[in-house]
Design a protein around this ligand. Structure first.
Ligand code: ASP
Ligand code: SER
Ligand code: ZN
Length: 407
């Protein structure tokens, strides 16, 4: 009735370009980053093989249950297992947060103060009164984190069951990115009170979280001193296990749903097709035999909740583009002795101004204009993420020498 061929076509139509071009755009970006994913995959497979033996094939897919995350979408929980020699980053943020007795509210306060250090106003009093920060003891709630702007003006809230872990520390910055975006575009006409595209909404808090560098942790009093350059590979490997491992997962969810919506994947093939895409993009395999009696896609929140997912793939690319440009605005060279992963935009009013200008545009302009406002580029561009991880790519190539790549 709305004039779209199917729901997938409707989802793909929201990117200021023909829907088919958007699908091609995703393929193009994936082609740009795939070599780095393949290197990481091969390296991790080898390390897991050293630990677990033949259950991990030398040149086949990695059993998904060995990657430290129930969806195999973020591999940072296996960083200690796969870190070789000098590739441990040398600190454990979860342990630090726990030893400082940082509770749920404290975690959110750290997030807020990053944004205020950039020049944004503090969150309204109602945010603290009306949000849900801890898992209630008396009732079941949807704990999957989300951010809300109830009145589209300034009744901002998050709903999240916060634990004192590094992962949740990152996720809080992610959620607050939504809230600060929501308030920034609240002066737009009602219909434009949204992000430039949904990938932008998902990218803002993650961009900020890229500034949680060792140098920033020193400023918080969390580390006595920042590790020297000998820890760079460890820092980058840790980040890659989160951000590079996620890329093919971020892509395959909607590759599956688009085909379900169009009818190309029929109900009798839902689970089989799911694992085909898991294999194709991620190179992972199920831990045991699956059949159509199982419905594994249903275990991923966004599928039953009907939340589009390509946005998270876009955000994974965009946040590095944003970070590269904001770091520059903050006066961090991003090269030589201060590589991009050591740049934090904390306390930079210049970076904050640049970011705010883009956030305030909301949906009023095509996303290409919004991207231009921060980066001076009109195209999504995976060179930023490749640049960021360039030293790791070199290191992985050495580690993988003579070993099979791919599956
Ligand atoms: N709501 C977020 C995601 O779905 C963060 C999370 O809970 O992982 O975007
Ligand atoms: N928050 C999204 C998820 O949980 C993307 O990381 O999958
Ligand atoms: Zn989000």
């Amino acid at each position: 009735e709305l004039g779209f061929k199917d729901t997938g076509a409707m989802w793909r139509s929201k990117y200021d370009m023909p829907a088919d071009d958007f699908a091609k755009e995703l393929d193009r970006l994936w082609d740009q980053v795939r070599p780095l994913y393949l290197s990481l995959h091969a390296y991790v497979r080898n390390k897991l093989r050293e630990k677990y033996g033949d259950i991990v094939p030398a040149n086949g897919p990695i059993p998904a249950h060995l990657l430290g995350n129930i969806w195999a979408q973020d591999w940072s929980n296996v960083s200690k297992i796969v870190a070789a020699g000098n590739s441990d980053r040398g600190y454990d943020l979860t342990q630090i947060l726990k030893s400082k007795n940082v509770d749920a509210l404290g975690m959110v306060r750290y997030g807020e103060s990053f944004f205020t250090s950039l020049g944004f106003d503090p969150l309204p009093k109602t945010f603290w009164e009306r949000s849900l920060f801890v898992r209630p003891r008396d009732r079941d709630v949807v704990c999957h984190a989300s951010a809300w702007d109830i009145d589209t003006i300034d009744d901002l809230r998050i709903k999240m069951c916060i634990d004192t872990t590094e992962e949740d520390f990152t996720t809080i910055h992610h959620e607050l990115g939504h809230n600060f975006y929501q308030r920034a575009y609240n002066k737009q006409p009602f219909l434009f009170r949204d992000s430039a595209n949904d990938g932008f909404h998902e990218a803002i808090g993650d961009t900020i979280a890229l500034s949680i560098t060792p140098e920033y942790l020193v400023k918080l009093g969390f580390l006595p001193q920042a590790p020297d350059a000998s820890k760079d590979i460890g820092l980058l490997l840790n980040k890659a296990l989160e951000k590079i491992a996620f890329l093919p997962f971020g892509l395959m969810i909607d590759q599956w749903r688009w085909k379900v919506f169009s009818g190309e994947i029929t109900p009798d093939k839902y689970n089989e097709a799911w694992w085909q895409l898991r294999l194709k993009y991620q190179g992972v395999a199920p831990p045991n035999g699956r059949s159509e009696k199982d419905f594994d896609p249903g275990a991923k929140y966004h599928v039953p909740a009907n939340v589009p997912y390509a946005r998270y793939f876009l955000a994974d690319i965009l946040q590095f583009q944003f970070h590269r440009s904001l770091a520059q605005a903050a006066g961090c060279p991003g090269t030589g002795s201060t590589p991009l992963h050591r740049c934090s935009i904390y306390q930079s009013k210049e970076a904050g101004k640049k970011l705010a200008t883009m956030l305030e545009m909301g949906l009023n302009k095509p996303w290409q204009d919004a991207l231009f406002a921060i980066t001076g580029q009109r195209q999504m561009d995976a060179t930023a993420i490749r640049d960021y991880f360039a030293p790791l790519q070199k290191w992985l190539d050495e580690q993988n020498k003579g070993k099979p790549i791919g599956w």
